[in-house]
Design a protein around this ligand. Structure first.
Ligand code: ZN
Length: 183
């Protein structure tokens, strides 16, 4: 901290005396000026952070709206065509995968064989949720490529040791157009 009058660095001795030894002015003035400056810097920083957060929030809301719109109009099939549509563009393979950790099977015993026993319904519920999560990623990738549909979707289950399972999903992102659009 510096003296507000002469700019000299204030030492602890000067604080003890309440006076700047260089110019003789009262240190309370410097302290006040220091506090005002600190408050100003903090307010500026707070404002900048707030603006950043608002900007981020606005962007994420915009993005969510955009993806919600795209998801709504996006089609999926394990087949290779859609009734009433023709495929105008093949945009490439999209993939997604997820690993279901032990947490998914917390209520199950260690043996995988149990999965196909009494707890099968719980297992299939978890698998369904995992597939959905992966499809969301794939739809995002597809729409990023300009696609509005994924065809030829295939699922692959991977098993690992230690109660881990994975789902890998592959498909082809395409641009599908209604026949009437071009008629
Ligand atoms: Zn001074």
């Amino acid at each position: 901290m510096k003296c507000v009058k002469c700019g000299a660095e204030l030492t602890s001795e000067m604080f003890a005396c309440g006076m700047c030894f260089s110019c003789g002015c009262s240190i309370s003035e410097s302290e006040e000026a220091f506090e005002i400056e600190q408050a100003r810097i903090k307010a500026e920083a707070d404002f900048a952070i707030q603006q950043q957060q608002e900007e981020l929030e606005r962007k994420s809301q915009e993005e969510q709206r955009m993806y919600a719109e795209r998801f709504k109009n996006h089609m999926l099939t394990t087949g290779f065509s859609f009734e009433g549509y023709h495929i105008s563009e093949y945009l490439g393979i999209v993939t997604g995968e997820t690993i279901m950790g032990t947490g998914y099977f917390s209520d199950l015993s260690a043996s995988i064989s149990d999965l196909f026993g009494v707890e099968a319904s719980e297992y299939s519920e978890k698998l369904r949720a995992a597939k959905q999560a992966v499809l969301k990623i794939m739809i995002k990738n597809s729409t990023d490529l300009g696609g509005n549909a994924i065809i030829g979707i295939s699922y692959e289950l991977m098993t690992f040791s230690g109660n881990m399972m994975g789902v890998s999903v592959t498909g082809t992102a395409v641009r599908a157009e209604k026949y009437s659009d071009n008629a």
